[in-house]
Design a protein around this ligand. Structure first.
Ligand code: B3K
Ligand code: ZN
Length: 871
């Protein structure tokens, strides 16, 4: 496969103003008639040939201005159609025949449980018809869909419905027109027998927008949450960004087979069922939260992505980083800002830091790729959002808003670059972001090493901050980054001290430092005793922080820091320190200070219970591995278990008390308060079951049986499944399946609970799950909930010392690659992290990678990940 490079970007030689599609849907295929108004791009050197992208298409006809084109005027190759002697402008007509029924890649037009649907980002449109399939070609689309009326009463495409009529032979047509020019990746079409849920939204300027959600009849009771979230998001975008919706209708469709979470197609968002459908009985709090943020995310793309789109795919973070920042701020405004930040940072530090230190490390604006689908990464999304967040911190909310207003106004209707975004921020604020731009082209996680000293005589506290960034593939040396660093200093009473830098005015009790140099020193004056620093409050920059905290300092921060995020961070650092010391054999017993910190947290009713639950959660095994060079998974796991069980033993009574203090209310409510209570209750249960507490088993059984919501039911099930109560485990698992087998989303939870269980001997059980009637290789959610959960969340079993987890994964990747390369490439990536592990482990992981690499016909997707993973 060839490498595509940003430096080779050229403007398109031709532009398309208007696209007329007529799509005929049949049981054995689909015929696509396309008419393109093509003209030469006046701003580039003229080319005589027009090259249209196309893959897996059967070409039936080509016309130019309505005339059949003779065979000498065009050439059809594997992935393009070339028209020779192209006039300055012409109507190009193309008829293709495609097979959505056989499309297992789920890119382009495909069928999912009886309905037709599309996924065109990034390069799926070329699997529907020949086209200039690149985001800087923006056209108006008119789409006529024809299908059997009985089987496909609902026919949808982007924009507004402009025509509908019956046709012969029981067929009908519906025609849609999208007035906004858009790239082909935002095209969408749906045909099926779906029920429609209506709602409406009045925009700030008083326009009425029809909101419609389309789902299979069995899911019609699962739409309320998404519709409510959608309306909240629409209002929020008006209030916080001044962005109003622009069409008369906004549609959401739920489909069961989907490679990603959802897709922001103009006016017609398509969602993975698992990211949009919910009812209290079937979805957990985590799923409710996920739906809230994904619905908002896709809606926000209407401006950050659709009205202003990307010039090329190297700019992907322009829309994704910005939109993730927008959706996370939206979520923070709905519930607890601190807890939200904790969740984002936890995921960033676990998954993105791991990616950034592995073979696929890339800047948020990559310089090259083989397969763009592989670049829908935590780096592009989550680190991209952190970079936008830093601009927000550096500029402050008002100037940031001025910058985003300017960006939208200046570039509305255009396909632009991340540089255009930064320039708008600079122009609106007057700030110089030249050095800051390095975040867009340097990969890797910067490290900040902090040293401090206190001088009692002069009452000064000196803080020195040094930054460095480890090498990443193709980037041995890094230039210093510009980043905001928020901090506070805690006095002996635990209160924040007044901060005054030498030679400056006092600047409050928390301040943001501008870090730009390899090493900078800050001197704080009028400090009467040695303070405890609260560093990088709110995690203002995506960096690793090194400071020699003592456990007593961490204890102090846990009980006093006014910054909730840093309180949590201190709790994680303390637990990590204790676990690492046990894993390395430096300590034999769990430090009593950790026990007393947890005990105090369990009794604390002044703190937000949601924050308490987060602070009590031990760092995940994945995070511990990420922190450890040459990691020994088993040792880390055992140390973590030792901490968990010893905490549970020491705090047994407190845990029972917490459980009783947070009883389930009569009806499920999606509120921060109730969710926090559920989190604490289920955490207490899990801890108690980790020590085989018989009384807790009773509680778990009755919670399982009486729960009126999936969070509590699954919480009880998970705690039992992960415990040593083998009989109860099987009884509950069987009962759960009996009860929920008709609901694929719940069955996915059932699969995942088992696949992620750290109990020994999971692998044979996983293999058995893959033989289960409900398992389906063609459904990405099933593959993810069994194989993905095993390799991504069940690290102790995946990294079994005999290497069985690795060869199992390699085998599944090889099996999946021909039918769904996108999912196969995602699945294989845990194997590419071999450098993180001790030598024997690393060897076994590489062997598994080589097994995949040895396959004769690897997809471009998997080839890219595996070849980079072996280098
Ligand atoms: N933009 C889509 C991602 C599509 C990925 C296709 N490989 C979802 C999102 O970020 O909103
Ligand atoms: Zn997105």
């Amino acid at each position: 496969p060839k490498t595509i490079r940003l430096k080779d970007y050229r403007e398109p030689p031709f532009l398309i103003d208007q696209v007329d599609l007529r799509v005929e849907l049949f049981e054995d295929g689909a015929r696509v008639h396309s008419r393109l108004d093509v003209r030469r791009n006046p701003s580039v050197q003229p080319e005589s040939e027009l090259h249209l992208d196309g893959e897996d298409l059967k070409l039936e006809e080509v016309t130019l201005n309505g005339e059949h084109l003779s065979a000498s005027r065009y050439v059809v190759e594997d992935s393009q159609l070339t028209i020779r002697d192209m006039p300055d402008s012409a109507v190009v007509g193309v008829v293709t025949w495609i097979k959505p029924q056989e499309n297992t890649r789920l890119e382009g037009l495909y069928k999912s449980s009886g309905m037709f649907c599309t996924q065109c980002e990034a390069e799926g449109f070329r699997r529907i018809t020949y086209y200039l399939d690149r985001p800087d070609v923006m056209a108006r689309f008119r789409t006529r869909i024809e299908a059997d009326l009985k089987r496909y009463p609902i026919l949808l495409a982007n924009g507004n419905e402009v025509d509908r009529s019956p046709l012969e032979e029981g067929r009908h047509q519906v025609t849609w027109e999208d007035p906004f020019p858009k790239p082909a990746y935002l095209f969408a079409l749906v045909g099926g027998d779906l029920v429609e849920r209506h709602d409406s939204f009045e925009t700030v300027s008083g326009r009425n927008v029809a909101l419609r959600m389309y789902v299979e009849p069995r899911n019609q009771e699962k739409c309320d949450h998404a519709l409510a979230a959608l309306k909240r998001a629409m209002r929020w975008d008006e209030e916080v960004y001044g962005r109003e919706y622009d069409l008369d209708v906004f549609m959401i469709v739920a489909v069961d087979d989907f490679n990603m979470g959802a897709m922001e197609n103009k006016g017609l968002n398509i969602f993975n069922s698992s990211c949009v459908l919910a009812s209290p009985e079937t979805a957990t709090d985590a799923i409710y939260d996920r739906i809230e943020s994904i619905v908002a995310h896709e809606y926000f793309h209407n401006w950050s992505g659709n009205r202003v789109t990307c010039r090329d795919w190297f700019q992907l973070s322009l829309k994704e980083g910005f939109t993730v920042f927008r959706d996370s701020e939206y979520s923070a405004d709905q519930g607890s800002r601190t807890v939200n930040r904790i969740d984002s940072v936890n995921m960033l530090r676990t998954a993105q830091f791991a990616e950034d230190s592995g073979p696929m490390a890339h800047p948020i604006r990559p310089a090259e790729y083989m397969e763009i689908t592989n670049f829908y990464t935590v780096t592009i999304y989550e680190k991209g959002a952190e970079v936008v967040r830093m601009i927000h911190s550096l500029l402050g909310p008002e100037l940031f808003r001025a910058g985003s207003d300017l960006y939208f106004e200046r570039h509305d209707g255009q396909a632009v670059t991340t540089d255009d975004f930064v320039r708008a921020m600079e122009d609106a604020s007057g700030r110089d972001l030249t050095q800051f731009r390095r975040w867009y082209d340097q990969a890797g996680t910067p490290e900040l090493a902090i040293e401090d000293s206190y001088d009692a005589a002069s009452q000064t506290y000196r803080l020195s901050i040094s930054q460095s960034c480890p090498p990443t593939p193709g980037q041995p040396e890094k230039a210093p980054f510009h980043l905001p660093f928020e901090l506070g200093l805690l006095g002996t009473d635990g209160q924040d001290l007044e901060l005054q830098l030498e030679g400056s005015e006092p600047s409050g009790r928390s301040m943001v430092l501008d870090i730009t140099e390899p090493r900078q020193e800050f001197v704080f004056t009028n400090i009467t005793a040695r303070p405890v620093p609260s560093l990088l409050r709110g995690f203002t920059a995506p960096v690793r922080l090194r400071y020699p905290w003592t456990r007593d300092q961490l204890m102090f921060l846990i009980s006093h820091d006014s910054d909730g995020f840093n309180r949590w961070d201190a709790s994680q650092r303390l637990a990590t320190d204790v676990i690492e010391a046990l894993a390395e054999g430096r300590e034999a017993e769990v430090d009593a200070r950790l026990v007393s910190a947890c005990s105090a947290l369990l009794k604390n009713d002044a703190l937000d219970p949601a924050l308490v639950a987060k602070m009590l959660s031990l760092p995940s095994l994945a995070y511990l591995i990420e922190l450890t060079p040459s990691a020994d998974v088993l040792k880390l796991h055992q140390a973590r278990e030792q901490v968990l069980t010893s905490l549970a033993r020491s705090l047994r009574d407190d845990l029972h008390e917490v459980y009783q203090r947070h009883p389930a209310p009569a009806a499920y409510r999606y509120t921060s308060e109730d969710m926090a209570a559920r989190a604490l209750r289920n955490m207490a249960l899990a801890w108690l079951l980790s020590i085989n507490d018989e009384q807790a088993l009773k509680l778990a059984r009755s919670q399982y049986g009486q729960a009126n919501n999936m969070t509590d039911r699954l919480g009880a099930l998970r705690a039992v499944v992960n415990s040593d109560f083998a009989e109860a485990r099987q009884t509950l698992l069987d009962d759960f399946y009996q009860q929920w087998q008709a609901d694929p989303q719940v069955v996915e939870l059932w699969f995942a609970v088992q696949a992620a269980s750290p109990q020994a001997g999971t692998l044979p059980h996983i293999k058995a799950l893959m033989e289960h009637a409900a398992f389906d290789w063609k459904n990405p959610n099933k593959v993810r909930s069994v194989i993905g959960a095993f390799a991504g969340q069940n690290l102790v079993n995946f990294h079994a010392p005999d290497g069985s987890g690795y060869s199992f994964l390699a085998e599944q990747v090889i099996r999946l690659d021909p039918s769904n390369p996108q999912i196969a490439a995602r699945l294989v990536s845990p194997l590419t992290r071999w450098k993180k592990f001790k030598p024997e482990t690393a060897d076994a992981m590489q062997r598994a990678l080589r097994e995949v690499m040895g396959q004769p016909k690897l997809s471009r997707d998997t080839y890219e990940i595996v070849s980079k993973g072996l280098s």
